[in-house]
Design a protein around this ligand. Structure first.
Ligand code: ATP
Ligand code: FE2
Length: 326
């Protein structure tokens, strides 16, 4: 079975083509870039997605060496995300499903991040640390669905790092530059904010900026902001492992690229004699392959929708997703 999956929840318009067992035949994308100094403008991002959709599908089908008749299902990202972007993806997916005369399968974006992580790393029952620009969640499967055990109470960790970097004059994307500067830094006192299983980054961000304004060298503040942010995440992840009696940690999302975060989580897992894996970069950011793979397993568990009844849900919660395949 071959599935063509469409990702379009935010910046990325992605098309993945995936076969049974998670074999990725193609994973193409084009990323909307807001004009300099601006954040994402949803209408503009949707216009971008509409403009590139045909070309990216062609690119994906060419690189996968498949023809329209080889595609068995079309899957799309139904949410969560920005409504104009979600509509662009859904309408295009409906068009393709009608054109190929194949079933249409709606997929949850966050669950898709987890499923592509499981299949590419081989961790079957992990606690998932999903850290991107907008998201910071500790998720695991329990009693029939993926549940969020801990999350940010304010901004996402990637956005917090980027915002700190922007305020001290670094260029986008700021977080990788913070990681580099941090290598030469020393510890300065910063607050540490974990409440139960939830995290808060914005107060630490404010305090970091204050320390820098008062003359603390940038390297030291970069080092310290990473140390507190990542220690907080590691603490909550460890508590989730202990609570659930699990021994695997899967790290995904754009911030998963950070070596210091990987090191901390890995050390914690080693001490507990557990397993730790990072989802390969190609599949840890937003991508079409994750939607296609989730489309296959969801379809095999009986999920599909008539194109004329397809919908989007911009706030579709992870724990509301019906998981028929585990
Ligand atoms: P989502 O829609 O899932 O929130 P996103 O649009 O934020 O995704 P991603 O590619 O998953 O996109 O994540 C981007 C974030 O990852 C940015 O905030 C970026 O600064 C951050 N990031 C990238 N590299 C690093 C790094 N080395 N260390 C820390 N953060 C990083
Ligand atoms: Fe994402």
């Amino acid at each position: 079975m071959i599935c063509l999956g469409i990702e379009s929840t935010a910046h990325t318009f992605g098309v993945g083509i995936v076969r049974d067992k998670g074999k990725v035949l193609a994973n193409e994308r084009d990323v909307y870039k807001p004009k300099s100094g601006w954040g994402i403008i949803p209408i503009d991002a949707a216009a971008h997605h509409n403009k590139v959709s045909r070309e990216i599908v062609k690119k994906a089908m060419d690189s996968a060496k498949v023809k329209a008749k080889d595609i068995d299902i079309v899957a799309y990202s139904r949410g969560p995300g920005l409504p104009p972007c979600l509509y662009a993806g859904m309408n295009f997916a409906k068009e393709l499903a009608n054109e190929f005369v194949v079933p249409l399968v709606p997929v949850n974006h966050c669950v898709a991040h987890i499923e592509i992580g499981r299949v590419t790393t081989g961790l079957d029952n992990p606690v998932v640390v999903y850290v991107s620009g907008a998201n910071t969640q500790i998720i695991s499967f329990a009693e029939g669905c993926y549940r969020v055990f801990g999350e940010t109470m304010d901004v996402g960790i990637g956005n917090a790092l980027d915002k700190f970097g922007r305020s001290v004059g670094l260029d986008f994307p700021q977080a990788p530059k913070i990681e580099e500067l941090a290598r030469k830094g020393k510890w300065v006192e910063l607050p540490y904010v974990v409440k139960g299983m939830d995290l808060s980054f914005s107060g630490i961000l404010t305090e970091s900026l204050k320390k820098h304004k008062l003359g603390e060298p940038l390297e030291n503040v970069c080092y310290s902001i990473q140390e507190v942010f990542f220690s907080m995440l590691t603490e909550v992840t460890e508590r989730a492992l202990a609570h659930l009696g699990k021994d695997q940690v899967l790290l995904t999302g754009g911030v998963a690229a950070n070596k210091r975060l990987q090191e901390m989580l890995n050390t914690m897992c080693m001490e507990r004699k557990g397993k730790f894996s990072v989802v390969p970069r190609e599949y840890s950011g937003d991508n079409g392959a994750m939607i296609a793979w989730n489309g296959i397993i969801a379809y095999k568990s009986g999920q599909k929708i008539k194109p004329e009844r397809a919908s989007v849900d911009s706030v579709w919660r992870t724990d509301m997703v019906k998981i028929g395949w585990i």
